[in-house]
Design a protein around this ligand. Structure first.
Ligand SMILES: [Fe+2]
Ligand SMILES: [Fe+2]
Length: 157
């Protein structure tokens, strides 16, 4: 699969989970816990494959994306720390919904920048074959993704 198509599919999966969270009732604590656990899993896996494979390849083969890549890593940094906090936060805690709301704002902004600002640059400069090859590597790497959001590279300072 084409690398950018794969990453956009992941973005869609996460957006669907966000919409479900927004529709969940205030007191639907069990549902919200399950949804947030899935969001943590999906975003940790996605962040991992981007940082291990896509971002370094973009930087190397399309050097003009470097500033975008570096900014994206800082955005991941904030997101993975929020995911880690949510892992252990009780859905009944008054800060739970607020934290998920800010997480969603951050991720939506990040996805918009990837899809509108710099993935198109990568698509333009990389051939179809390279994108296919990257996509295949990322698909395989998903199974190596860590369970803990703090195990991805950007979690470090
Ligand atoms: Fe990203
Ligand atoms: Fe992404």
């Amino acid at each position: 699969m084409d690398a950018i198509v794969l990453l956009k599919e992941d973005h869609k999966v996460v957006e669907k989970l966000f919409k479900k969270f927004e529709k969940a009732g205030d007191k639907a604590y069990k549902d919200k816990r399950k949804l947030v656990d899935r969001i943590i899993f999906e975003l940790t896996t996605h962040t991992y494959i981007e940082e291990e494979i896509f971002y370094p390849a973009a930087r190397k083969r399309v050097p003009e994306t470097t500033d975008h890549v570096l900014e994206s890593v800082e955005e991941h940094h904030v997101v993975v720390w929020m995911l880690n906090e949510l892992k252990n936060l009780d859905p009944k805690d008054e800060r739970f919904d607020a934290k998920v709301t800010v997480l969603m704002e951050n991720v939506r902004h990040h996805v918009e920048e990837e899809e509108k600002e710099w993935f198109p640059q990568v698509r333009k400069s990389m051939g179809r074959k390279q994108l296919q090859e990257l996509g295949e590597r990322m698909e395989k790497a998903k199974t190596d993704a860590p369970a803990s959001p703090l195990a991805v590279k950007s979690a470090k300072q």
